[in-house]
Design a protein around this ligand. Sequence first.
Ligand SMILES: Cc1ncc(COP(=O)(O)O)c(C=O)c1O
Length: 492
Amino acid sequence: MTDTAGVGALPAQGMPAADVLGEIRALRDADRPTHGGRLFAYVYDPGVAGLDELAQAAYAQSAHVNGLDPTAFPSLLAMENALVGAAARLLGGGPGTGAPDVVGSVTSGGTESLLLAVKAARDARPDLTEPRIVAPASAHAAFAKAAHYLRVALDTVPVDPVTLRPDVAAVAAAIRPETVLVVASAPSYAHGVVDPVAEIAAVAEAAGVRCHVDACFGGWALPWLRRLGAPVPPFDFAVPGVTSISVDLHKYAYAPKGVSVLLHRDPALRAPQFFAYADWPGYTMVNPVIASTRSGGPIAAAYATLRHLGEDGYLRLAAATRDAVAGLADAIRAADGLRLMAEPETTVVCFTSDDPGLDLFVLVDELTARGWHTQPQLTYADLPASVHLTVTAAVAPRVAEFGPALAEAVAAARAAGPVVLPPELLALAGSLTPEALTPDLVAGLAGGLGLAADAGAPERMAVVNTLLDAAPARLRERLLAEFVGLLQRPAW
Ligand SMILES: Cc1ncc(COP(=O)(O)O)c(C=O)c1O
């Protein structure tokens, strides 16, 4: 393996293409496996032979095309409109008489779609000096980011620890005269449950407020699962009062990263999403989305993916995913000391443990050691720590191997016993204020926990997760922000 860690990108003499690609391959060796159905977060793998090559070829054809000006590059406009049309049709939009006149934009991802949904809602109410949004506590963190970036107040509504959904009366009560947007998830990322969208949209509509359905995660999976007979509740434009929906094509549409669609029920609702500026000597800037220059690569790759898989392909992949979810849930039920956070109703399996002898964070490490990469979720409010599995079609052929690996990992985690932090560290996590954290303190703490800034994460993360779990949310944020700051250092 070529040692490229710590080397700047610009050599004095240019390198042969094969060597450069070799370097990237060597760097990629340290990554989690993006294919093979053993990574339950970050990636969405359909396991379809030839799809990567198709998407790469399509990406390459349009990589240098610029979405800045749709009149200069009509190819990109045509593909964007095709993606928006496909998403709108799947989610209760037109064409046809009586169907809403849905319009949309292609963005770079779920976070951008949500930022723009909040911006559109905020800018539709220029009369308000202190706009607010209402979101269940289970809504994606990108709404908090949108609120922060756009100076909109975020009113969160707690979720029930059993149903993992917000109480609709509490959502209604949280709506104020300054509320510009009410949010529902279909489904939530953490637990994969679909909020009561029809009821939430109804209370929003009654208050004259927009309602955004965040279907970034599941918007491209739920319609196929429904067609396969799953009892998916109404969540799309068929629901009166739903004014916008986001759906990420780089999730369950299995497109390479960098593509999401933000839909609005009609063009007037979308209008305040745009930014136009003519008051400078250069070209008049008109941006439907946040980025100005945009590569055509992700859009062309998504277009090729949808055209190649087609409705029959997505139905097949949804069936495989549904079966994988059922198999994984059975494995959790059969495991000693684990319980599902919720009966899986979408493409997430999420479990926890009530057994003090079984440390979930140790279990996650034991699964990693066996080649299964799951995602730990920290304690939040009255919800226990849990383990999240995003399930994609590529998992289906591996499900039978998961149960035995899980049983082994559970036994190993029990044998190892729970993490016991030194009392002084626990006390520190409980008492340290975010303001008291300095980069030096974090570097010392990270070093003590085996997190060397130049070596990435250690194999075993249970101690780190236990420490974070003991810390309040604000301190977790600061600790991780400081730590990522240590990671992001120029390589000379
Ligand atoms: C429900 C939901 N909304 C929004 C996002 C943010 O998407 P992205 O990571 O593409 O910005 C995610 C990502 O997992 C999600 O699950």
